[in-house]
Design a protein around this ligand. Structure first.
Ligand code: PLP
Length: 455
């Protein structure tokens, strides 16, 4: 069977039997799936031999890059030794105990207990249940509302999707559930107008205080937010935003949850986005970079306040899943963290390579379609606009972002479109030459998009 026949067969099977996440199925059917078959370093290739620079590190997760034999070997070793045992009935495994200890070592001060899950969504459902449980233990059952942001992304479970702010994820599923509230985002480009970023950042933090007072501080349980919003469009908060949010949470006795599913494991130039912004969270959900995407695994870390209450409770913490602490995922996560530490990858986005990423991407700002280029660590967004001076986006029907995404693919670059923001979150091992490759290919795609849009 030739390569082309294989591809045809996989596309037909996929089309007939596989329901993809977040997909308009008639559109997918009309185009057919791209079949990715291999990867090395920062590149992936498809079944027709086309090679792409993966500017999204899979889905914000392959932090260590593709093709890391150490991770493959860690999985093989653990599978041969003990492929599975659970952690329910007062049992543990060496890999899980070692991983919990290693996470406690690298997490921000005080976050020294972890619960294991398999996805960011499960981690955030665990956050919601643990926050409820904590306030029940404290004898304050009325303190239950969780506040998040309208462009915050926290997953797809009934609870985690309720925490997520995007309306298009709520309406079709009759969400959010009761007990969730949302505030605006520290999104200076879209909402800051002529205000300087610092003033705008303080004003955006003030929306949290206003919402707490509207609901009543005695009813607000927690504020949940990503240090930098990823799937909402790489929204990088002004420097003063987080300190003000921290102050507000402390003032009203509201738990602070930093969703580190994207920012964790080096994405912003430190182990945690919380380190980068000086956040002192009570709870930290994490996933993605925990295993660099080599296996599914997530975790929720608890600080002393919540952790001591949970670990000291006389009753049962009736929560956990079969794969809570799967030993093979744990072995891979542990090896991944060691690899990141040994190669200094957790600091790389904050050093010369992060600076190079920001500088070279900034050269795209002169393009007629580009309204702003913003970057922090190895996260970036290139905002496409119809009117540069007025920062006015195209009407969504013009599909500027999706058009650009397609031109990127045609030119061997993977960027994601969030509205009309072109998103980058490459593997942390990216080289200067590969950053140049991104910029060159992005410019070709921007030119082609401009032509399609009649510019
Ligand atoms: C910040 C954040 N939290 C939670 C999630 C949900 O993770 P998962 O897709 O593994 O359920 C994501 C996924 O992109 C995310 O970006």
């Amino acid at each position: 069977m030739s390569l082309r026949d294989d591809t045809r067969r996989w596309r037909a099977l996929d089309d007939r039997h596989h329901l993809h996440p977040f997909t308009v199925f008639p559109e997918l059917r009309a185009k057919g799936s791209r079949v990715i078959v291999g990867a090395e370093g920062c590149h992936v290739w498809d079944s027709e031999g086309r090679r792409y620079l993966d500017g999204m590190a899979g889905l914000w997760c392959v932090n260590a890059g593709y093709g890391r034999e150490r991770l493959v070997e860690a999985a093989r070793r653990q599978m041969a030794e003990l492929p599975f045992y659970n952690t329910f009935f007062m049992t543990t495994t060496p890999a899980v105990a070692e991983l919990a200890g290693k996470l406690a070592e690298i997490l921000p001060e005080g976050l020294d207990r972890v619960i294991f899950m398999n996805s960011g969504s499960e981690a955030n459902d665990t956050v919601i249940k643990t926050v409820r449980y904590y306030w029940n233990l404290m004898g304050r059952p009325e303190k239950k509302t969780l506040i998040a942001r309208t462009l915050g992304y926290h997953g797809v479970g009934l609870g985690s999707a309720s925490l997520t702010g995007m309306g298009f994820m709520h309406k079709p599923f009759d969400l959010p559930l009761p007990g969730f509230a949302h505030i605006g985002n520290p999104y200076h480009f879209a909402e800051g107008g002529d205000e300087d970023p610092e003033t705008f950042g303080l004003r955006a933090a003030g929306w949290l205080e206003a919402k707490i007072l509207e609901i009543g501080p005695e009813k607000v349980a927690a504020f949940v937010a990503e240090p930098i919003q990823g799937a909402g469009g790489v929204i990088i908060p002004p420097e003063g935003y987080w300190p003000e949010v921290q102050r507000i949470c402390e003032r009203y006795d509201v738990l602070l949850v930093a969703d580190e599913v994207i920012c964790g494991f080096g994405r912003t130039g430190n182990w945690w986005g919380s380190d980068t912004y000086g956040i002192r969270p009570d709870i930290v959900p994490m996933a993605k970079g925990l295993t660099s995407g080599y296996l599914p695994m997530a975790a929720v870390a608890l600080g002393r306040r919540v952790g001591d209450a949970v670990a000291g409770a006389a009753g049962e913490y009736a929560h956990g899943v079969t794969w809570s602490g799967h030993p093979v995922a744990a072995a891979v996560a542990l090896e991944n963290i060691r690899l990141i530490e040994e190669e200094g990858l957790h600091l790389r986005a904050g050093g010369p390579i992060g600076a190079c990423f920001a500088e070279r991407l900034a050269t795209l700002a002169d393009h007629p379609l580009v309204g702003e280029v913003r970057a922090k660590g190895l996260l970036a967004c290139i905002e496409l606009v119809e009117d540069k001076a007025a920062k006015r986006p195209y009407p969504s029907a013009r599909k500027a972002g999706l058009t650009c995404r397609e031109h990127c693919f045609e030119n061997g670059l993977i960027m994601r479109a969030v509205r009309d923001g072109m998103i980058l979150s490459p593997p942390l091992v990216i080289s200067e030459a590969e950053i140049d490759e991104i910029v060159t290919k992005a410019r070709v795609a921007l030119d082609a998009t401009a032509r399609d849009l009649g510019r």
